[in-house]
Write a protein that binds this ligand. Structure first.
Ligand code: 5RP
Length: 262
């Protein structure tokens, strides 16, 4: 499958690692802080990241088609922060649109253990069927909605394995302090670490990314901890160094400080 390999090759660099920058938050949160104008937010960050995770609406309205990164199109949604249940998502984007927008991959959320477990897992299976026909990789996002306490190894292992079994080529899941290696080891496809709400310090971010990579993740999909930072470019550059240059924590901090003062 040349097309599939070509698309995966755009997302994962030669070292097999990736730094995805998500700017899809508006699809259920509205104009998230620092993402009011997504096109402006990402401009200085593009040189340090490998792909953008974005909805078709923001893509069309805010992203320069002639000068950007590979696109992972967010294709699930239909819920909002103020609605009844964030888990009640459907597919929002047709295969024709995915092809027309030249997506390098698509991403959708699954909500294992929620009232909408079955629907969201069948969304994944349907999307895999459609996208595989055209060589487009599907990234499953193991989402927890507002139930952030669900983020522990047993639950995340279950979600990641199910996503892979249903045909996801990549799984994005949360980092957990204990037994993250078990989450990765139980998943037969690459695991990318999701971000979550902004951490108190940059060092905290560097640490969980560094530890996650050591425990087998292939990269990150980090949004708020990058573009809500007072120093987004320094954050992006330091994370790039951890992901692609094997930087350790002191080296990441040094790079961050160097870029922060530029
Ligand atoms: C939301 C998503 C987002 O892409 C991603 O998780 C948001 O990134 P961050 O949490 O790092 O701001 O999938 O379900």
């Amino acid at each position: 499958m040349w097309g599939m390999k070509n698309r995966l090759g755009k997302l994962f660099k030669k070292d097999g690692h990736c730094f995805f920058l998500p700017i899809d938050h508006g699809y259920f949160q509205g104009p998230t802080q620092c993402l009011e104008k997504p096109g402006e937010t990402i401009k200085p960050l593009l040189p340090y990241c490998d792909a953008l995770f974005v909805t078709r609406g923001v893509l069309r309205a805010c992203i320069d088609p002639t000068n950007t990164l590979p696109i992972i199109l967010r294709v699930s949604g239909g819920t909002s922060m103020v609605g009844k249940d964030l888990a009640n998502e459907s597919l929002t984007t047709s295969i024709q649109e995915i092809l027309r927008l030249n997506a390098a991959a698509v991403g959708l959320s699954i909500f294992v253990g929620s009232d909408y477990e079955r629907e969201t897992l069948l969304n994944l299976a349907k999307l895999v069927d459609e996208c595989e026909s055209y060589g487009i990789p599907v990234m499953a996002v193991t989402a927890v909605g507002k139930e952030m306490e669900k983020r522990e190894a047993r639950y995340l292992s279950l979600c990641c394995r199910i996503a892979a079994e249903l045909g996801a080529r990549v799984v994005k899941t949360y980092w957990c302090e204990k037994d993250f290696d078990k989450v990765v080891n139980g998943c037969p496809v690459p695991v990318v670490i999701a971000g979550g709400p902004k951490c108190e310090t940059e060092q905290e971010v560097f640490k969980f990314v560094y530890d996650g990579m050591k425990k087998g993740a292939v990269g990150i999909n980090l949004g708020r901890n990058v573009w809500q930072s007072p120093h987004p470019v320094a954050m992006a550059r330091a994370l790039q160094a951890i992901i692609h240059e094997s930087a350790n924590l002191p080296q990441a901090v040094e790079i961050f400080n160097e870029f922060k003062n530029k």
